[in-house]
Design a protein around this ligand. Structure first.
Ligand code: GAL
Length: 676
């Protein structure tokens, strides 16, 4: 029997006062449509069982038509209509798109690029986060909105701006430069400390005072990697300060409901240091779009969802945006195949999302996103997409009782870090443009193949209790993190370090004495030199494996060689080493393995850590467990075109039937079983 529960009984979910069950809906932009369309929208939202919509994201120009001239009638009407229909609102501060009149009056709020050229009006996120003029106008609109709607019964959550940094990640204007200098003075105290940190003796770039520093405007031969990394940190902090300013304004004006902003979490380094942002958000919210050209889109989705949960400390989060079909910002924008939007949503929910929202509710006729898919397509409701939207609404209602439960903690942690990715991107490297962050999803996919869940955690994550900790392509590791990782090994964890991890410290300077300096002692081995391979080259390993792209000449000090290079200049030298450390062990993979080789490396470390698969799933089937309140829920997502079966006993919530000992799931379908 399906036992619906009131969300109030589910402490823990940051959404428990926002909606009942799993939130379902999307960005709703009624300002693009007439009253008749709003009426149809409400009717269709009810038909699809929509429970939460984000309103007002890009509406500034429609609520403040000219400086200080407010126009709220339309928004009052929309919010009242939504409330009457029982649909909760996540109300946005509209600061992602400043109105034309503001840019006309204050062009100096526009950001400047690295060539020193200012952007122009139009587009979105066209503002410099360090501008005091911008801060004044943006917090004013937030305050006026909050004063009017903080107590509106429909408004259950607030959404600050939109994808901060998604169009204005770095601003190089003089105001930003001055702000950067203050930020540096706070960080370093003295200019000598800054010179030491950046190693400015190189090319004689010594600064005589903080006043001499500027944002890293283009210089033909490239900038100091320490400067570039600090500018990225600063830029993240400047955007976070804008988030805080808007959030604090909302609170001061009476908002008591959760406040969030939508992050953009994927395998690549993010536009901001989300590990430092996460504690500032009441709900971790993510926008996720699959990439058309990626043949393993569903794997990348799983990884990014797990990464999002890692930022939520393993708890629940909200999928703020994804798409029902094609986006319009890739080159070949692929639509989703039948069932894919449902599988995608359920993948996110399986991995801890307590809501699945889309961009956007109704496809726009005009404007820059007119060919972006939506819940209501251009063709209307006699469409496959609409039918699947309605079906998804039904599925999410049926599984509502999982809201507030947590994904079971894994035995394996994969550590990722945006700042480490930026450090790699700053300055010339042995293998330029190489996506070292792609190691993490590759390891994640191998674990999933084995039925082994893996948490993806930020550098601030808790390492306690993991049996296996992977440090994949985490180029920058500071001393504090290195020592936490070494402690975890001493206390029993098996730690696996890949070739490009732990090379530089927090200043982006190389840790001397052999790579990877952050882990040399822990690994009992070091690389004296990187030997990067050319695109057509590979190197054999003596266990039958192959290395591609990256190898290193390793000296073993105090470790066992498990696999050696079998040809080329490194023939006979260690490629994979292991050292026993206290109750645990440390593995060092100095070579970049091809896929098959990585699978064998994963099998070795998994065996060493004595980690067992939790799910015996057929190939192409994703299985995840959430649990809480004494119940366990098994999510089964069949990415295959054919039917599969799996051993499980319990009640399948979507079909509302008891299952066991075998559950069959049709090709491309999903199942959610309350076990027992
Ligand atoms: C997101 C953004 C939305 C919409 C969407 C299109 O990045 O937040 O407003 O533009 O992309 O995919």
């Amino acid at each position: 029997m399906n036992i619906p529960r009131a969300v109030g009984e589910m402490p823990g979910s940051p959404l428990h006062d926002v909606v009942t069950g799993i939130a379902f809906g999307g960005d709703y932009n009624p300002e693009q449509w007439s009253l008749e369309v709003w009426e149809e929208d409400i009717r269709l939202m009810r038909e699809a069982q929509v429970s939460l919509v984000t309103v007002g994201v890009f509406s500034w120009g429609e609520i403040e038509r000219a400086d200080g001239e407010w126009e709220f009638e339309w928004l009052d009407t929309v919010l009242d209509m939504l409330h009457e229909a029982g649909i909760a609102v996540d109300l946005a501060t509209p600061t992602a798109s400043p109105p034309i009149w503001l840019h006309q009056a204050h062009p100096d709020i526009l950001p400047m690029d690295a060539r020193g050229i200012r952007f122009h009006q139009g587009g979105r996120l066209q503002w410099c986060p360090s501008s005091p003029v911008w801060r004044e106008y943006s917090t004013r609109v937030a305050r006026v909105l909050a004063e009017r709607y903080a107590v509106h019964p429909a408004v259950r959550m607030w959404h600050v701006s939109n994808e901060l940094g998604g169009g204005n990640r770095r601003c190089y204007c003089p105001v930003s430069s001055a702000h950067f200098r203050r930020w540096l003075a706070d960080r370093y105290g003295t200019v000598d400390a800054l010179n030491a940190a950046w190693g400015t003796a190189f090319w004689g770039h010594r600064y005589g005072s903080f006043d001499q520093v500027t944002a890293p405007l283009d210089s033909e031969s490239g900038h100091n990697p320490g400067l570039l990394l600090d500018f990225d940190r600063f830029s993240s902090d400047a955007l976070l300060a804008q988030f805080r300013a808007e959030r604090d304004t909302l609170r001061a004006a009476g908002v008591t409901t959760p406040i969030t902003t939508n992050l953009m979490i994927k395998p690549e380094p993010a536009v901001a240091d989300y590990a430092s942002w996460a504690p500032e958000l009441d709900v971790i919210a993510n926008d996720h779009y699959t990439i058309s050209r990626d043949p393993h889109r569903e794997r990348e989705l799983s990884f990014s969802a797990d990464r999002t949960r890692g930022l939520a400390g393993g708890g629940q989060w909200l999928l703020m945006e994804h798409s029902t079909g094609a986006v319009n910002w890739q080159v070949r924008n692929r639509s989703k195949s039948p069932g894919e939007l449902i599988r995608n949503s359920i993948q996110h929910v399986a991995r801890g999302a307590d809501g699945a929202l889309f961009f956007q509710w109704r496809a726009s006729r005009a404007g820059g996103e007119q060919f972006h898919s939506a819940m209501v397509p251009h063709a209307g409701t006699r469409t496959r997409i609409w039918r699947e939207v309605v079906q998804l609404g039904e599925i999410l209602r049926a599984i509502g009782e999982v809201a507030g439960t947590r994904v079971e903690r894994a035995d394996v942690a994969i550590l990722v870090d945006d700042i480490a990715g930026w450090a790699w991107q700053a300055g010339g490297k042995p293998l330029n443009g190489y996506p070292i962050w792609a190691d993490a999803p590759r390891w994640h996919a191998c674990f999933n193949e084995l039925g082994i869940p893996a948490d993806v955690i930020p550098r601030t994550g808790d390492l306690d209790g993991y049996r296996l900790i992977v440090i994949p392509g985490v180029y920058l590791v500071d001393a504090a993190l290195a020592s936490r990782i070494a402690d975890a090994a001493r206390h029993g964890a098996v730690v696996a370090v890949t070739a490009t991890s732990g090379i530089v410290d927090e200043t982006n300077a190389v840790i001397l004495g052999g790579y990877p300096g952050a882990f040399r002692e822990l690994l009992g081995a070091f690389a004296e030199e990187f030997l990067v391979l050319q695109e057509h080259e590979d190197t054999a390993l003596d266990d039958g494996g192959r290395a591609v792209d990256w190898t290193a000449s390793v000296e073993v000090e105090n470790a066992e060689t498990i696999v050696s290079y079998a040809d080329g200049p490194l023939r006979g030298r260690p490629a994979l080493t292991r050292r026993s450390v206290g109750a645990g062990a440390a593995w060092y993979l100095s070579a970049q393995p091809d896929d098959a080789t990585l699978a064998t490396v994963v099998a070795r470390v998994v065996a060493d850590a004595d980690v067992r698969g939790r799910f015996a799933a057929p190939e192409g089937v994703e299985v995840v467990r959430r649990s809480g309140r004494g119940e366990r829920y098994l999510f089964v997502i069949n990415h295959n075109a054919h039917e599969i079966s799996l051993e499980v006993h319990g009640h399948e919530l979507i079909a509302g039937i008891d299952v066991g000992p075998t559950l069959t799931v049709a090709g491309g379908s999903v199942a959610v079983v309350r076990e027992g």
